[in-house]
Design a binder for this molecule. Structure first.
Ligand code: ACO
Length: 401
């Protein structure tokens, strides 16, 4: 449909689609999703294969630049990132200003914005080279901010990474290294992180990615767009669901593990309670990521020798939902967040940090969408509305109201 022509001939006909349930906002060559069949592919590669075999940085490169890198391209990409991993010392003062109790997502969004002041060359970018520069900078500095956010929460000193390590290994070390102790590398945890980060790396036009695209469409810089995306991800209906799921599972456990009681609450239309981690705007079948994560949760808990009663509660809820008419009729299946919190907990990550881990994984997808939007020269995002307020009224002085 030629929108310009349509507008000219109808005198302003618009579509009204609250929540954009059936409205495309862009054309994209990044991620393919078939919600009916439960298929997810990054640039044509199945999520199952990438989660099994790829490095996280390979996936990041693939999403952002369109192809898997060859050895040299990957080595250069990694080096360019490593070379930019320094975060200005002054940033620590900003972090210092937050109370320890601050929610890590608010802290991360603020720090990402604050980073602009120390990297002004990343703002006004239009050439591919300038974009590349901004991209490697944020891929380098974001994990440091994530690690600092966690370390601040735990009262640990703020360190930098280790240039000799792989991207995910470095993240693990930055997050978990204890002062006065040798760093203990844990392959099971690193492998779990790699898988989770890849599974979260992109998911086409979700709430946070659309936010990044729309903010970027005004030609605000990459970091400003990402900071807005982090805020969008924070909400419990989106990325914040992973924290909400774990809190829900803990509450059910404290309440004696009666999953049937919570199933009934979720179905009661007078009760605002929803079964967190169930349902998805696009998937009307199993979220393919949830399948992989469920298996990974089993493996990781097994490898680490952890018996977590919460995993049993989660499996119980899933089983009941799959046999329940309410959930079956509405095609409500577990989504990516249903089991991820159980893994994060097993990896030693505090509950409030779960959505931060999601942001760390989603970073390449946000960047890829921002870059695609800019390179395609997309117009500024500016939806229309249907006005339903009063028609014309005359102003009345305050004393006469
Ligand atoms: N528990 C109980 N009922 C639910 C749930 C749930 N988790 N999810 C949807 N429903 C019901 C709704 O009440 C509605 O019922 P109705 O037709 O009788 O009115 C029907 O299913 C359709 O739900 P909508 O809210 O209209 O679906 P929408 O596409 O707008 O929302 C969403 C999708 C936000 C994910 C929703 O399913 C939800 O709130 N889930 C829980 C939160 C969650 O897990 N979010 C993470 C999503 S994945 C991600 O962002 C990474």
């Amino acid at each position: 449909v030629d929108i310009k022509k349509l507008r000219a001939t109808t005198g302003g006909l618009i579509t009204l689609d609250p929540g954009y349930k059936n409205t495309g906002s862009c054309e994209s060559a990044i991620t393919f999703l078939n919600g009916e069949k439960g298929v997810l592919r990054y640039r044509g590669y199945s999520i199952e294969e990438l989660a099994e075999k790829a490095y996280f940085l390979e996936v990041a490169y693939l999403l952002i630049f369109g192809e898997l890198p060859d050895k040299e391209q990957l080595a250069k990409f990694h080096k360019d990132i490593t070379d930019e991993s320094h975060v200005d010392e002054e940033m620590k003062k900003i972090l210092d200003g937050f109370p320890k109790s601050a929610h890590p997502m608010g802290v991360l969004s603020s720090l990402t914005s604050a980073l602009i002041a120390f990297n002004p060359s990343t703002v006004d970018v239009s050439s591919e080279e300038e974009m590349y520069h901004a991209i490697v900078r944020i891929l380098a500095k974001f994990p440091v901010l994530v690690a600092w956010t966690l370390r601040k929460k735990k009262g640990l000193p703020l360190d930098y990474g280790d240039d000799d390590l792989g991207y995910v290994e470095n993240i693990h070390k930055m997050m978990f290294k204890k002062p006065s102790k040798n760093y203990e590398r844990n392959e099971v945890v690193i492998e779990g992180l790699r898988k989770l980060l890849i599974l979260h790396a992109d998911h086409e036009q979700n709430c946070s990615t659309s936010t990044v695209r729309i903010v970027g469409s005004s030609h605000a810089g990459l970091f400003a767009s990402l900071s807005a995306g982090i805020s969008a991800l924070w909400g419990p209906l989106h990325g914040g669901a992973n924290q909400a799921v774990l809190e829900m599972l803990e509450a059910i456990e404290r309440d004696g593990g009666d999953t049937k009681k919570y199933m009934a609450k979720a179905k009661d239309k007078d009760d605002p309670f929803r079964l967190m981690g169930f349902g998805h705007r696009v998937y009307k079948n199993f979220d393919p990521r949830a399948k992989i994560i469920k298996k990974a949760a089993d493996d990781i808990l097994d490898d680490l020798g952890i018996e977590d009663p919460i995993l049993d509660i989660a499996k119980g809820l899933e089983k009941e939902a799959l046999e329940d008419d309410y959930f079956v009729d509405r095609k409500l299946y577990p989504n990516v967040d249903f089991y991820s919190g159980i893994i994060y907990r097993a990896l030693g990550i505090p509950t409030e940090m779960f959505t931060v881990m999601f942001a760390l994984g989603r970073l390449p997808g946000w960047i890829a969408n921002w870059r695609e939007m800019r390179l395609r020269g997309e117009p500024i995002g500016r939806p229309r509305q249907v006005y339903i307020g009063p028609t014309q009224r005359s102003y009345v002085e305050v004393e006469n109201r």
